[in-house]
Design a binder for this molecule. Structure first.
Ligand code: EPU
Length: 338
């Protein structure tokens, strides 16, 4: 375990923000993690994983612990199901591809999501009708103070829409070190209800879809809408889709009858923030090196040398315009490092 100094974090965050870490240390085992947390010379620690859901707005004057602990293994299995334990530093999409190679079903709709497995539970990643919580069994996390490992059940994680215990009461206290998923070995329950998946599979003339076909469809949809962070810096959806109460929604739809929406429950309606932002005229717009993606207005992009501050300024401009035009508050989904 080596502590390096003044390291650029540009390769470590998918937004490609060129901020510096005062100290930086790659962690490849639980033992290294414990030892690093014990380092008395470095009181301030900053936990970095795949860097796919953060916007860094300043240099980080701390010891950055880059969690790169690898490993995937089958924990238990029976005729129908398998429980797989994945270490935190495994790349999410590579891990999903591994499950598909074994013909394990459940994660196919979550294909091509950037980032590492350990951070997936923090915001309960979701896409195309499936959320992480649907296959989640438990995770292990290290308490940064006691250095003990603790198991969090699904209930303990308190998953919500892009939300969990680790974003609330547990924030800043635990480092997730591994995640367990329960997957199907046969009779896979395909989730193709999200319109775009069906359309994509029709185009590919898939009639009897397998989990790999669903994954391929999701990959194709994502590639057509979402920029590849290797080519254009971004953090996926920058904002959450706002959830309106029934009363708020009725007023909104009266004034915007053409709006897209999704009914969550009798009392709650989700309005796509991408639609709201597009209506405000931001889609495809560029402000210096910061911009709004041309195919999906919910994604803010870095054309090369935008600073975190420039991206956040653009985000504020968008939030204000959406508020002025629709009276709806949109809040970032991305973790903003101030
Ligand atoms: N829309 C527009 N204009 C846009 C973008 C979207 O009108 O520029 C409309 C679409 O026409 C559609 C609706 O908004 O009617 C929803 O769009 P889409 O299916 O692209 O999904 P989203 O609500 O914008 C969410 C997730 C994505 C996830 C997709 C698919 C959030 C914050 N985002 O986006 O997650 O991939 O659904 O399930 O919930 C991420 O979190 O980083 C992410 C990419």
């Amino acid at each position: 375990m080596t502590v390096q100094e003044n390291i650029s974090l540009k390769p470590y965050n998918t937004f490609g923000i060129d901020a510096k870490a005062r100290f930086f240390c790659e962690i490849t085992s639980l033992e290294e993690l414990r030892n690093a947390l014990k380092l008395k010379d470095h009181q301030e620690k900053f936990i970095l994983s795949g860097g796919s859901n953060m916007l860094i707005t300043k240099d980080i004057d701390a010891l950055v612990l880059y969690i790169h602990i690898k490993g995937i293994h089958v924990n238990s299995e029976n005729e129908n199901h398998v429980t797989v334990e994945v270490m935190a530093g495994e790349n999410w999409h590579d891990m999903v591809l591994w499950t598909l190679d074994q013909n394990y079903g459940g994660l196919e709709n979550l294909s091509l999501i950037p980032g590492y497995t350990g951070t997936a539970p923090i915001q309960n990643i979701g896409a195309y009708g499936v959320e992480l919580k649907d296959c989640f069994v438990s995770c292990e996390a290290m308490d940064m103070e006691t250095l003990e490992l603790k198991t969090f059940s699904k209930e303990a994680c308190q998953f919500g829409y892009r939300d969990s215990y680790f974003k609330n009461e547990g924030k800043g206290r635990y480092i997730i070190t591994s995640v367990k998923f329960q997957l199907t070995k046969k009779d896979h329950k395909l989730n193709t209800s999200y319109g775009a998946i069906e359309t994509e599979m029709e185009q590919q003339q898939v009639t009897n879809p397998t989990i790999k076909d669903v994954s391929d469809a999701v990959v194709a949809i994502r590639k057509s809408k979402l920029p590849d962070p290797k080519e254009l810096g971004n953090s996926g959806s920058f904002f959450k889709n706002p959830v309106l109460t029934k009363n708020e929604f009725e007023l909104f739809i009266k004034h915007n009858p053409e709006a897209h929406y999704f009914k969550v429950s009798e009392e709650e309606y989700k309005v796509p923030a991408g639609w709201l932002i597009e209506q405000c005229g931001f889609k495809g717009k560029r402000f210096g090196d910061a911009g709004v993606h041309k195919n999906q207005a919910l994604v803010l992009v870095n054309y090369g040398n935008a600073s975190g501050k420039e991206i956040i300024e653009l985000a504020h401009t968008i939030q204000k315009k959406v508020w002025d035009n629709f009276g709806i508050e949109i809040v970032p989904e991305v973790n903003i490092i101030k």
